[in-house]
Design a protein. Structure first.
Length: 386
């Protein structure tokens, strides 16, 4: 675009651009607008006064047209309009937009404007997510690191004053908190890989029966030094369950997240149910806890999501990571909840017939896991409900 006398761009030219753009002539009238701008404004602005059709205000509520006077001055000197975060009013609401533009003389020599109005909702969401990430990571790191620092400092200063049992208890706590930090860092790396589409899978034939049994046994064998209440974990699987072609470690991470989530937010017996259909094979995790409201179900798999009044710790990344892992396998994950049956998380993966020799570990008994009433608690902190 030249800076001297010339013609302002027309609508046909603007349709080639990826953002909403309007052109204002020296009289203050909109002479051109692309379809994206029409959709953003809710009406075709051509022929209308720009300051009336495009109501822009800053954070303080001041009218942008009045405070910035964009058409004042020499277009050859003040060519570029600085980027501004503004609010676009219309239709009874205000929406955030990022405005950029340029001044250019129209055919009469008067100063006209080319304005780009980029919607800023997505950037605001990203900024909010970034702030949530910083706050969550800071909180989740501070607690275990404070404990590690406190116990190590105490042991170094007063080693001889403690019994072997006291030393062992403090070192056990330090070890658990170190695992918690390692888990957090692992989650952050997983999120980074999922967001970038770089999650790598090491696929091989996997026995879901053996995997489910291993997860249930690990929860049953936990020594219980955690914030969660006792829960019974049982496995129900059909005989001759075929193997699935998947990354075993990643699937175990998903199942662990779901069972741990159930121990945090559910109650009573937790069941891991293995299923095989004509097109899919997978598992479900069911608890007997309270109902999750429908408006929350749609958001459970988003980053950092927490229901109002949430009191459990964790990063809120577990279900987001689980969704990323399942979808990387070409599968699907979803949740259902009702007061009578509790909450159920379902994972389904596509079948791969060439890898479907029956698993020797599958079907070894109808109920695998802890006996009724045997306490089982998670071995790590995190996973969260969102």
């Amino acid at each position: 675009m030249s800076r001297g006398h010339g013609h302002l761009p027309d609508t046909a030219t603007l349709e080639l651009l990826p953002d909403p753009v309007v052109v204002v002539d020296g009289r203050g009238l909109v002479t051109a607008a692309n379809e994206l701008a029409v959709r953003l404004l809710g009406a075709d602005p051509r022929g209308a006064r720009a300051d009336e059709m495009i109501a822009l205000r800053d954070e303080a509520g001041h009218d942008w047209w009045t405070t910035d006077c964009p058409q004042d001055g020499d277009a050859s000197v003040r060519h570029r309009i600085p980027e501004r975060d503004l609010w676009l009013e219309g239709g009874g609401r205000a929406r955030p937009v990022t405005l950029t533009g340029a001044r250019q003389r129209d055919a009469t020599g008067a100063v006209g404007l080319v304005l780009c109005l980029r919607r800023a909702e997505r950037r605001q969401r990203l900024d909010a997510a970034r702030s949530d990430l910083v706050a969550t990571v800071s909180h989740e790191l501070r607690s275990p690191l404070t404990a590690v620092k406190g116990f190590t400092k105490t042991l170094l200063a007063k080693w001889d004053r403690f019994t072997d049992d006291q030393k062992r208890q403090m070192l056990t706590t330090v070890n658990a908190d170190a695992d918690r930090v390692t888990r957090l860092l692992g989650e952050l790396l997983d999120v980074s890989r999922i967001d970038a589409g770089r999650l790598k899978l090491q696929r091989a034939p996997v026995s879901l029966g053996g995997l489910a049994a291993r997860v249930a046994d690990r929860f049953a064998a936990d020594d219980g030094v955690h914030e969660h209440d006792a829960a019974t974990v049982r496995v129900r699987d059909p005989r001759d369950l075929p193997r699935v072609h998947a990354d075993e470690d990643k699937l175990e991470q998903v199942l662990t997240n779901l069972v741990e989530n159930a121990t945090k937010y559910g109650a009573g017996r937790i069941e891991i149910v293995l299923t095989a259909g004509e097109q899919e094979i997978g598992f479900s995790v069911t608890d007997q806890g309270g109902e999750i409201a429908p408006e929350h179900l749609d958001h459970l798999f988003t980053k950092f999501y927490r229901r109002s009044g949430e009191r459990h710790t964790g990063t809120g990344l577990g279900l987001y990571i689980s969704k990323g892992i399942v979808e990387a396998h070409g599968g699907r994950i979803w949740a259902e909840s009702d007061p009578a049956e509790g909450t159920r998380f379902h994972v389904r993966l596509p079948r791969a017939p060439e890898f479907e020799a029956p698993s020797q570990a599958a079907g070894h008994r109808t109920d695998h896991g802890t006996d009724a009433g045997t306490p089982a608690r998670p071995t790590t902190d995190g996973g969260g409900e969102a």
